[in-house]
Design a protein around this ligand. Structure first.
Ligand SMILES: [Zn+2]
Length: 142
């Protein structure tokens, strides 16, 4: 993870109002320095907090079906998730790395504990897609 990549992730998570006046939640008070202090490469490399999918696996899945992740706007890497959606993004102790698929499914509905069994199945299903794709590529070489 380069500093520029981390900055891009941070900038993409700032709170803003859409043209229609809808508030998109994100960092309000957190500075990039604070975010850098929070960032831990070892934790990032452990992958999705919920299903364990690694960042590079996210990218491989994204490449398989880029149209399927909000028209390619999301999914290419791990995202920032609020474990408890009741807390603000600025409460960094509540932020975890999360794959697009878990983030989407967990939404603001499930608590971490409630989502755990869903995440286990999500991880299995996503890895199955990767294995199937890898087998297909081997088949093409044969
Ligand atoms: Zn996940």
């Amino acid at each position: 993870m380069t500093r520029a990549e981390l900055k891009k992730i941070f900038d993409g998570k700032k709170e803003y109002l859409t043209k229609r006046g809808v508030l998109v939640k994100g960092f309000k008070l957190t500075t990039f320095t604070m975010f850098e202090d929070w960032f831990n490469l070892e934790i990032f490399e452990q992958g999705c907090h919920y299903c364990g999918l690694k960042n590079e696996e996210c990218y491989r899945l994204f490449l398989l079906r880029p149209y399927a992740t909000r028209n390619g706007k999301r999914g290419r890497r791990l995202e920032l998730d609020r474990m408890s959606p009741l807390l603000e993004y600025d409460e960094l102790h509540n932020i975890r790395w999360c794959c697009y698929w878990c983030n989407n499914a967990k939404s603001n509905f499930f608590s971490e504990a409630e989502f755990r069994p869903v995440a286990a199945e999500m991880g299995k299903a996503l890895r199955k897609v990767l294995e199937t794709e890898a087998a297909g590529q081997l088949g093409q070489l044969a």
